[in-house]
Structures are given as structure tokens and as C-alpha cells.
Write a protein that binds this ligand. Sequence first.
Ligand code: SAM
Length: 249
Amino acid sequence: THFGFATVKDYEKQQRVNKVFDEVAQSYDLMNDLMSFGIHRVWKDIFVDRLAPPPGTKLLDVAGGTGDIAFRYLNYLKLKQPDPNSHVTVLDINKTMLDVGKYRCDALGHDPSLITFREGNAEELPYENDLFDAYTIVFGIRNCTRIEKVVDEAYRVLKPGGRFLCMEFSEVSNTTLQWIYDQYSFQVIPLLGQLVVGQWHPYQYLVESIRRFPNQDHFKSIIERSGFRQVVYENLSSGIVAIHSAFKL
Ligand code: SAM
């Protein structure tokens, strides 16, 4: 099938995800700010800080959407270590999200030679083996049909010594916070979607997909099974999100 899905069911699931992001693309950045009170910006800043890409890093940002991680990387290069060999590729399965990303890239005045936007599937990356120095995926892997396949593909396209870094919503450690967070996620977020962009269902889907995603330790074991070494994770905001880091050695 298109993009190499194994079964019709997987294909259909991905089609539903694509529809969600088609519907939210134009309001994606605004809604992120509203839903997280702007905290997603802080999480993303911390994420790129943890990546601390060495000079000349060729980064693949998968499920990169409207470019938030890529633009932070470009800012990092500008401020800390300009290097003509550095490059970032934003890969996403959804063309509408990528189009918003390209528009923002222009508007932000980034050097177009440092960034490539590419349509593709995280489960079947359109690249040969051992190509990138770093692989990032932020709030994207839980939308994919086969998580294991995504991590296998990350391993495959990374050079030996390459770094895998993933940020995703995860399991909250504190039960009181968990309760508040649940109320907020299930009651307030779909309502915000309805009020701001006239859409309830895409936001309900986003919240449900967070609950279905494996917790910190389970996801760590999935990463280890793909062959990665030095797999560690760090919780942010009591585990509302977690950053998993690993190396292909
Ligand atoms: N990384 C961006 C950020 O943090 O703002 C975007 C995250 S957004 C919640 C999830 C993205 O994953 C969407 O742009 C969606 O199109 C993309 N996506 C979903 N399934 C995918 C797949 N199988 N391969 C590549 N991208 C996918």
C-alpha cells in the first residue's frame, strides 16, 4: 500500500491520524500554546538543550510537523555554533503540516539551505542506512501505528555513534497531579478545540492517544530491543512528558 503499510488496518489507522492533522494544521501552533499554557515551548527548549548537537550535526526530525524542533535547532546553530555542514531534515507524513512549516520557515527568515522538508512515513523512512548523526521525534511517535517499527527505522538510518532523542507524553508519577491532568485533558482540551477551531474530535483523539502510549520504562525497553545502547529517560513536569535518549553504538 501507499507508504508501505503492512496491513489495510494500519493504513486505515494512519489515514485517520492524517485526517486529524489536516484538520488541526492551521491552528496547530496556537492550540499548542493554549492547551499547554505555553509550556510546550519550555519543554521543546529543554529538549534541544539536551540534544546539544555537536558542530556539523545532520539531524533528522521525524514527525516534525510545523517545524518547532527544527527551528530551535537552527536558532541553536545561529547562536552557539554556526557550521556550514549542519543540516536538519523535517520529515512528516502530512503535507498540510509541512506546508505550514515551510511558511513559518520563510516568515522566521531561516536560511533555506540549512533545512529540508520531506514527506514520508516514520515506519518506512525514505533513506539509506547510516546517514544521520541525530534523530529526533517529538510528540509524534504516539501517532504512529507501529512504534517498534519507528524505533527500528531510527536505528537503521543513524550512523554508528548516532543519537536518538524522543520526547513524548508519558505517565504522571504524582496521583493528585494525575487526577487534575486527567480532568483537564478529557474535559477542557476537547472543549478548547471546539471553541477555538470548531473541532472536538481531533482533540479528543490527541488526548486518548496519550493514554494509549507505553509508559517510561516500557518505552525504554522497546528502544533497547531495537539495539540502542545507553537508553535513559528524564521526566519533565512530573512525567507529563518524558525525554528518552539512546545511542547506536
Ligand atoms: N514534532 C512536532 C511538534 O512537536 O510540534 C509535531 C508533533 S504533532 C503532535 C505529530 C505529527 O506526527 C503530525 O505532524 C503528524 O502528521 C505526524 N505523523 C503522524 N504519523 C506519522 C508517521 N507515520 N510518519 C511521520 N509523521 C507522522
